[in-house]
Design a protein around this ligand. Structure first.
Ligand SMILES: C[S@@+](CC[C@H](N)C(=O)[O-])C[C@H]1O[C@@H](n2cnc3c(N)ncnc32)[C@H](O)[C@@H]1O
Length: 413
């Protein structure tokens, strides 16, 4: 692979935006804006920028260590060196990959010392938290909750690029038909086992530009996430509450499983997410959803009104770090502590909206039992006459290659 200076420069600038700003910006937003900024870049150019920016964000601690740099003492001019050293590290770690033949003798790379980079890399590979680039506190927390072997496997798998998974919208098409339609426009996909609506892209590409996306034939939704709506066992005609609906990834899936029949009340505390949800519902041909911004009286008004209740609660997102690698650097232990309180609050209070005999799914995209299983166990222990745990499931990058989701289905007695 030959290096093109403008592409390296774009990668450097994106990294500066992510790590140097007073108000750090989310990596995916920065990359999206960077790619939009030059219409002349072809798909390989765009792939180079996105891939290398994400890789360096994922391996941030490793890159800093190899370059003997400190996160709080960074200067704009250091970033070229980081990209140069990352290209050398990448070649060392995966000699069979599409690597640079040699680092060009550009002035900006003059501080990259190949021998030193490789010597520091050898040292880094001996220490998990540096090798896998996780902050100390997170490495300790993960190990304490999951055990050494599982945590090591998960955090290693979390540093790999995640596949792009589509969910065929069964209100408009199906898995096989969508696969054929995409194949006609040279987008190759694979049908995974046991997921009736999912297609995995063989190669990354801008699928949002396709007419099929614009016409609501599919949504992008991880395979693990596609297990959650079916876990709730909805039927056409039911009254369903999706209490933490956000922009509606799972609401849309519920609507298609219900064949657009019955009613879904999609609620959230953030109005702008519900506005986005309605836009997506329109595109998907969904017309059985009503959105509701949660207010102090909402829960009381909706008491015992739902046949099914989905609590897809806010969480640390430790199960989806493959997709949001910068969250490793933005999360704090205090933030996760606060989330645990909110999660328990939602589980213990919102469950009042479910009718007796109804089913509730509590779900997170966290690997941590303290954000997931522990809350369900507490509910069962505190209210044994009221709840029965019907089933529980976990997905994770190390076990099945899906994102890390937890879901529990409970019956209200
Ligand atoms: C995991 S996200 C939901 C993702 C969404 N279900 C989907 O599939 O796209 C959690 C959501 O909970 C919302 N939330 C936070 N606090 C809440 C609360 N107290 N009550 C209800 N929703 C809340 C957040 O705004 C966020 O949209």
């Amino acid at each position: 692979m030959r290096l093109h200076r403008p592409l390296v420069l774009a990668t450097v600038k994106a990294l500066q935006e992510i790590f140097l700003n007073d108000k750090p910006r989310q990596a995916d937003r920065v990359i999206e804006a960077t790619l939009k900024s030059n219409k002349q870049w072809g798909s390989r150019d765009r792939a180079f920028i996105a891939e290398h920016t994400y890789e360096i964000v994922r391996n941030w601690r490793l890159v800093l260590f190899v370059n003997e740099m400190q996160a709080d003492k960074l200067r704009p001019q250091f970033f070229f060196q980081m990209v140069g050293s990352w290209l050398l590290i990448k070649k060392q770690l995966n000699p069979e990959g599409d690597n640079i033949d040699f680092l060009p003798k550009w002035e900006e790379f003059s501080f990259v010392d190949e021998a030193k980079t490789l010597a520091r890399l050898e040292e880094a590979l001996k220490v998990r938290k540096i090798r896998e680039s996780v902050p100390d506190w997170l490495d300790e927390l993960g190990e304490a909750e999951l055990g050494t072997e599982k945590w090591t496997a998960e955090i290693t798998a979390m540093n790999q690029q995640a596949p792009v998974v589509l969910r065929a919208n069964s209100l408009k098409t199906n898995q096989d038909q969508l696969q054929d339609l995409l194949s006609d426009i040279e987008i190759g996909t694979i049908i995974p086992d046991n997921l009736p609506d999912a297609l995995i892209l063989k190669q990354r590409g801008n699928i949002f530009k396709t007419e099929f996306f614009k016409n609501g034939l599919f949504e992008v939704q991880d395979a693990g996430s596609q297990l959650i709506a079916p876990f709730l066992d909805v039927k056409p005609g039911m009254r369903v509450i999706d209490a933490c609906a956000g922009a509606g990834g799972k609401t849309l899936h519920l609507a298609s499983l219900m064949q657009n029949k019955g009613r879904i009340v999609a609620m959230d505390v953030e109005d702008y997410k519900l506005t986005e949800l309605m836009k997506r519902a329109k595109r998907n041909g969904v017309n059985n959803v009503e959105v509701k911004l949660i207010e102090p009286k909402t829960l009381k008004r909706l008491q015992e009104s739902a046949d099914r209740l989905l609590l897809d609660v806010p969480c640390s997102g430790l199960g989806v770090i493959r997709r949001n690698p910068d969250s490793k650097w933005k999360l704090t232990p205090e933030f996760i502590d606060n989330l645990r309180k909110i999660q328990w609050d939602i589980l213990s209070n919102y469950s009042a909206m479910l009718k007796k005999g109804g089913k509730m799914v509590f779900a997170t995209c966290s690997l941590l039992p303290s954000e997931s299983e522990a809350h369900v166990q507490r509910l069962l222990a505190e209210q044994p006459d009221k709840w029965e745990l019907l089933k529980e499931q976990r997905t994770s990058p190390a076990t099945d290659g899906y994102d890390g989701f937890y879901m529990a289905c409970l019956l209200k007695k």
